[in-house]
Ligand binder design. Structure first.
Ligand SMILES: [Zn+2]
Length: 206
């Protein structure tokens, strides 16, 4: 997956984030911290999947993935196969949670979603985000805002971007912006074999 990592590095996101921080009241900067999160999951192993997602419209194919489908940005994408994971595989929310936890100095998502956590099997990204929201309140930490960047060939994120932003913002009580890009067919992401996400979060210690 080195191609994807190189692409992400080139987005220069940290520079953008530093510019945003400079707009915040300088007197409060000592209470602010940023965090970065990254996640990648591969699609479930379906033959011929890489060439044509329409295969999932057939009954036999749906049965082969146990009628599960893709969950991304807290939304269900019915015509796409699930991402492999112990949880629901929502790599966008996983990256967002890692960014928030990193900024908050509260560890990482492995603390919540490790394969040894039996009560987390098939846990939804939305549920994890709700738990993070409670954790922030308990620790007197406020999420100022966060951005989630999804790197995938399909699905088309832009069509549901506003819906995802509204959903995530309501769960975590802070503005969440969503952006996305393809790799123009490059690498495993470009061949429909995986989806990656990157997130940046800014928190304030109250
Ligand atoms: Zn994940």
């Amino acid at each position: 997956m080195n191609e994807e990592l190189d692409i992400i590095k080139n987005f220069n996101l940290l520079n953008s984030f530093n510019a945003a921080i400079n707009n915040v009241d300088a007197n409060n900067n000592k209470n602010l911290r940023v965090g970065l999160g990254y996640d990648i999951h591969k699609f479930s192993d379906l033959s011929d999947l890489s060439s044509d997602f329409s295969i999932l419209n057939s009954k036999s194919s749906l049965n082969s993935v146990n009628s599960r489908c893709l969950w991304l940005l807290g939304l269900k994408w019915s015509n796409y196969p699930p991402l492999e994971a112990h949880s629901d595989g929502d790599c966008a929310i996983h990256a967002l949670v890692d960014a928030i936890l990193s900024a908050s100095n509260l560890g990482d998502i492995g603390s919540f979603l490790g394969v040894d956590k039996s009560n987390c099997e098939n846990i939804s990204g939305k549920t994890v985000l709700q738990r993070i929201n409670k954790l922030l309140k308990k620790n007197n930490i406020e999420l100022v805002n966060a951005g989630v960047f999804v790197l995938c060939q399909k699905p088309n994120i832009s069509k549901r971007r506003k819906t995802a932003e509204k959903l995530l913002s309501e769960i975590i009580n802070a503005p969440i912006s969503v952006s996305a890009s393809t790799t123009d067919g490059v690498g495993e992401i470009g061949q429909f074999k995986a989806i990656a996400s990157l997130a940046l979060a800014l928190v304030k210690f109250l």
